[in-house]
Design a protein around this ligand. Structure first.
Ligand code: SAM
Length: 328
């Protein structure tokens, strides 16, 4: 998941993968394949390979004569998805790229045919949130890490130690929409003056304390929003998405002017988000390329999961899928 425990809570994200042997159920799978219409021999990019749920379906459509390029920030998920697709009968040519998708234009391996279809399924996989060592969930105690790419970057513990109280409050308020953001940030600042905040359990109980008597009345665990906000900040998730939509926009302009680019003529691009701030970025960027005449919309309104899918996979509840097709 998509990605975020978000206001739905970690429990929902956990349950979403529990009944899938790969630890994560792909969201809106049929709808994505229908929108991207990958066909035999095409070149497809899955920018968020995760546990390979979407990648297997995309790989089966392009077949042995096609190319599937898999990106993920998380090397373990990337390796898992690549192995899963490779084991398919008539597997496509697979290329594995351990990178942030904002660098897609630079990181496409040399000689890759321009992409006919591209998918980004934002956020994190259920297996990531379920692993206490990743520090993504308040429901398990573990190191306060939260990095989707554990090989680089600042951990949540380092971020919480470095930012001033006001910056922390802004992050918790803007990304987590937590009404108690200022109080939580103050409590963090007072606590870290005495002892470093280095575990998820410490942070979760500190947030609960900040809620005071209102914790009992809260439908969600009080730490839900703070954890989501810090995860978004640690991974610069909105910056990564802005980078990706800029790369799509630049490629759409290049394609419209007949210049070579990483997207093929008529390429389809689908982005599935799980947070209103992400959806806003995608909506605006797609509107710009459509208005410029470089692409047409494939989704008049964002596609959402059916009640049946949400019933089977609570994580699908906040999914919003938007797609465009380059006109040239
Ligand atoms: C929701 S999961 C994808 C699940 C996948 N579609 C499946 O069916 O198994 C999102 C994945 O994207 C990765 N990810 C998140 N942000 C990323 C970024 N900016 N660049 C590359 N990978 C990213 C996460 O590490 C995670 O493995």
């Amino acid at each position: 998941m998509k990605s975020n425990p978000g206001p739905r809570g970690d429990r929902a994200a956990h349950d979403a993968g529990a009944s899938d042997p790969h630890g994560h159920r792909p969201v809106l799978l049929g709808e994505i394949v229908e929108l991207l219409v990958p066909i035999s021999g095409e070149s497809v990019i899955d920018l968020t390979a995760g546990r390979g749920g979407h990648a297997v379906a995309l790989g089966a459509s392009v077949g042995a004569s096609g190319t599937l390029t898999l990106f993920d920030r998380d090397p373990a998920n990337l390796a898992y998805a690549c192995a899963r697709v490779s084991a398919m009968p008539a597997a496509p040519r697979i290329q594995s790229v351990h990178a942030d998708f904002r660098s897609v234009a630079l990181m496409m391996p040399g000689g890759t045919p321009p992409a006919n279809a591209v998918l980004a399924d934002l956020g994190f996989a259920s297996t990531q949130v379920d692993d206490p060592s990743r520090g993504l969930a308040f429901s398990h105690d573990g190191p306060l890490d939260m990095r989707l790419d554990p090989t680089r970057g600042e951990t949540a513990a380092q971020l919480v130690a470095r930012l001033d109280e006001r910056e922390l409050a802004d992050i918790i308020f803007h990304y987590g929409e937590d009404p108690f953001a200022r109080r939580i940030a103050k409590n963090i600042a007072q606590t870290r003056a005495r002892v470093p905040i280095s575990t998820t359990g410490q942070l979760a109980s500190l947030v609960r304390e900040s809620y005071g008597a209102r914790a009992a009345a809260s439908r969600l665990h009080p730490a839900t929003r703070t954890f989501m906000a810090l995860r978004i900040a640690v991974n610069d998730e909105l910056g990564a998405l802005e980078g990706l939509v800029a790369a799509v926009r630049d490629a759409a302009l290049a394609a419209a002017s007949g210049s070579p680019t990483w997207l093929a003529a008529g390429a389809r691009v689908a982005i599935m988000s799980f947070h209103s701030l992400e959806d806003r970025i995608v909506k605006r960027a797609f509107a710009q390329v459509i208005e410029a005449g470089w692409a047409e919309s494939l989704t008049r309104k964002p596609v959402e999961a059916s009640p049946a899918e949400v019933g089977a996979n609570p994580r699908a509840r906040s999914a919003k899928l938007r797609a465009i097709k380059l006109v040239r």
